[in-house]
Design a protein around this ligand. Sequence first.
Ligand code: CMP
Length: 140
Amino acid sequence: MAIQRTFSIIKPDATARNLTGKIIAKFEDAGLRVVASKRIRMTREQAEGFYAVHKERPFFGELVDFMISGPVVVQVLEGEDAVAKNREVMGATNPAEAAPGTIRKEFALSIGENSVHGSDAPETAAEEIKFFFSDDEIVG
Ligand code: CMP
């Protein structure tokens, strides 16, 4: 498997509890490298655009409100098989189903306030990276 890039968000529930460093350590311990990073306050328009694929879901409003409720850290992670590796480190979306040692098992509060987002496929990763970063902000 070649070197890949994936997109990650450290969500407001995690920044509020000062868990940014602990979460990044999990990525780095798994062999993922942070090649771009910024702490931002998402606008409602950004959150609605980013999660547009979920706009018909009953939890869409709650999801958008949560994602703009505090700062987030958006990142590009690089490494061997980065998309799958990041998903492994994050654990299942619902923390009740997440494996021991994963970010969501250790830190997530609920299925909504689940501490991190990660791209689900290489194609999605490319789109999500472009949504938040220009090429010159990514330094590999
Ligand atoms: P994420 O990986 O950011 O992608 C979509 C998000 O929707 C997901 O993580 C969850 O935080 C959120 N989500 C999924 N299902 C639910 C749900 N049933 N209730 C609230 N939020 C949800």
